[in-house]
Design a protein around this ligand. Structure first.
Ligand SMILES: NC(=O)c1ccc[n+]([C@@H]2O[C@H](COP(=O)([O-])OP(=O)(O)OC[C@H]3O[C@@H](n4cnc5c(N)ncnc54)[C@H](O)[C@@H]3O)[C@@H](O)[C@H]2O)c1
Length: 377
């Protein structure tokens, strides 16, 4: 069986961040290969970046799609890793052409765009995965399984956080491209911190717990002078079962890098996970605390999680592996949709989580503007 052929939109050229991580994640299992890309917004730079990646280059996503539709290029799926404002148009175009999409978060700039993608995905039944990388960490997947199996009983309270310090000063004025577009409302959307990393905390709170958010009370802060959008994002949320979630994110916590994690308190126990120590999951059930430690072939892991492990125990499964797991879910989904043999794909975030994330950010922004008034999603 040949490798799945993948196209990349964005993520090329010097100075880009997450395109490089996707490139490695695509190649991780030797069952997928990056073959083509429209890698930058400038056509000449896009072609040069393709040469650098040693893939077939296209000046923009329209030319890439045209090559697929005219039969000159055969792609199994595309990965979109452009800044937020450039997710929707290519995602819509490829989904409408029936080509599966693995798209970066946050899904779009607005709720209406996200709902439009959801309608296409549901009508055409095209695979769509939202790249919340951390959901690919086997211990985060295992936490979701434990909640689903009832290990901690009914979910009562959730804390999910993402603390960073890199935007504690006006880095966007020093020419760092990642800081520039993230703080620019035209490219990032209505919220900087909330959209960029608040959505990771939101997905941790909802995807793992299996609960949705009904309404929020929020306070968004903008600590750095001259910045147009929030750099600190604090939400108290009501869950659909009456429970409570505290969902916070910040970019002004000096010294903090990627302090993302969650605690979930249920009627029969609690779970705790930290992205910076991603290989362990703490389960407290009262008398004895259990720490699960990751490793291949550990019998405590159900096959739904174990089948994603790659290295023997004691070695590190990490960021590239987590992102590779989302590509792996896309691969399994595509193969099974063609009647080919593949293990069952894990229930990784998709278009519904994308729409929920947009509604969450919009409600938080509205609530904060109304001095924390409770706001429905
Ligand atoms: N899932 C995660 O953990 C994670 C981590 C980092 C970034 N991201 C997401 O990935 C996306 C990119 O973030 P980044 O930090 O890599 O940004 P970046 O600025 O490093 O890279 C963006 C890339 O997109 C290219 N680009 C811009 N506009 C384009 C267009 N119209 N067509 C084609 N290419 C275009 C740029 O040239 C650049 O190569 C964002 O949506 C961000 O939220 C996700």
């Amino acid at each position: 069986m040949g490798k799945l052929k993948v196209g990349l939109i964005g993520g090329g050229g010097g100075g880009n961040f997450f395109g490089h991580v996707h490139k490695r994640a695509i190649a991780f299992d030797n069952s997928r290969e990056l073959v083509a890309g429209a890698l930058r917004s400038n056509p000449d730079e896009a072609m040069a970046a393709a040469q650098d990646y040693d893939v077939e280059g296209f000046t923009d996503y329209g030319a890439l799609l045209e090559a697929c539709q005219s039969g000159k290029l055969d792609l199994d799926y595309v990965t979109i890793v452009t800044p937020n404002h450039a997710h929707y148009a290519p995602a819509k175009a490829f989904l409408e052409a029936g080509i599966p999409v693995l798209c970066e978060k946050p899904i779009t700039m607005t709720i209406a765009e996200a709902e439009d993608l959801q309608a296409i995905v549901e009508a055409k039944k095209v695979p769509f995965i939202l790249a919340h990388t951390y959901t690919g960490h086997p211990m985060m997947m295992f936490a979701k399984e434990l909640v689903r199996q009832g290990k901690i009983g009914d979910v009562r309270k959730v804390e999910a956080w993402y603390n960073q310090g890199w935007l504690a000063t006006a880095l966007e004025k020093e020419g760092l491209q990642q800081a520039e577009w993230r703080t620019d409302p035209a490219k990032t959307g209505i919220s900087n911190c909330g959209g960029d990393i608040g959505t990771h905390a939101f997905v941790a709170a909802t995807w793992v717990s299996g609960r949705s958010v009904s309404r929020v009370s929020a306070r968004l802060n903008r600590f750095v002078e001259g910045r147009q959008l929030d750099d600190d994002f604090n939400v108290i949320a009501e869950l659909d079962n009456g429970g409570t979630a505290l969902i916070t994110a910040t970019q002004i916590a000096i010294g903090y890098k990627n302090d993302n994690g969650f605690r979930i308190y249920g009627s029969g126990g609690s779970l705790e996970w930290h992205q910076e120590r991603a290989e362990s999951l703490l389960v407290r059930t009262g008398e004895v605390d259990e720490t699960y430690w990751i490793g291949a072939n550990y019998s405590f892991l159900p096959n739904s999680v174990g089948s994603y492990l790659r290295v023997p125990s004691g070695h590190h499964e990490d960021f590239f592996a987590a992102l590779a797991n989302l590509h792996c879910t896309m691969e399994r989904t595509i193969l099974r949709s063609r009647g080919q043999e593949a293990p069952e794909p894990f229930d990784h975030p998709g278009v519904a989580e994308g729409v929920a994330g947009m509604r969450f950010v919009q409600a938080a922004v509205d609530s904060s503007a109304a001095q924390g008034a409770w706001t429905d999603l």
